[in-house]
Write a protein that binds this ligand. Sequence first.
Ligand SMILES: [Zn+2]
Length: 284
Amino acid sequence: MQIINTHTHLIDTSVVFAENNKHQLKYLKGIPAFTDLDKVISMLSLENLLVQMDEASITKSVLFALEGPLLSASNQFVADVCQRLPDRFYGFASVDPNKKNARKNLEDAVEKLHLIGLKLHPPLQNFYPDDKKMWPVYDLASELGIPVVFHVGTTPFGNMVKLKQADPILIDAVANDFPNLKIILTHLGTLWHNESFMITEKHPNVFIDTAAYPYEIKEILTENMIMRVGEEKFVFGTDFPMPYEGKMHRIKDFVDCIMDLNISEELKERIFFRNFESFMQGLL
Ligand SMILES: [Zn+2]
């Protein structure tokens, strides 16, 4: 079976560990998810990601850029990986919504760098997704036909972030005003599961990725819930290299977890690749 991992990160270590950014790393120390920060960091190589993709039989992965602190990866950085390995990666852009040139940067990322989606992390980038200043960016994404991925729910970055900005309910106003904009919520909502499912159920163009902890996937992703929210709405993702359940990230754990769910083979195929392929339509 084909498997697409729709949620992965590589950070640009030359930026994140630059002297003037090192102070940001203190936000990660002491946070349970990052107890072994050095080990997480050592996983951040393209080679390691490819080894894990092969081990888990992942055909292709979506790699996210991030214009913001801690997880920095520029659009150019992501485009370079996609250009080197076009059979293994799709690239999604990032723009800083607080900068005036956000719209222009998105246009360049799509038209010049051939990135095919936009990843936004409201708490890490410090904005509210229902702030009207975002409308021109959503308008452009809608016009370009590319999806917008919103981080929703818990985020492990301590006092640096405001959880309120990660409330999935804020996406309702976006989806109301942009019925043609393709939207993906992340992590099955990370503890805002019900609200995320409400938004996904309500809006035909809102999808959700399964990059939650494996035990959450087992508890939440029941056949009844999938059928209620929409069998076409769930896409497989893992949030590589985020640690979970006190362990280092292993993509295969997430594949095994979905494989073991008490749901039909047809639903597993939908989650692993069919839903994402039809969601992306002509973009892949
Ligand atoms: Zn992520």
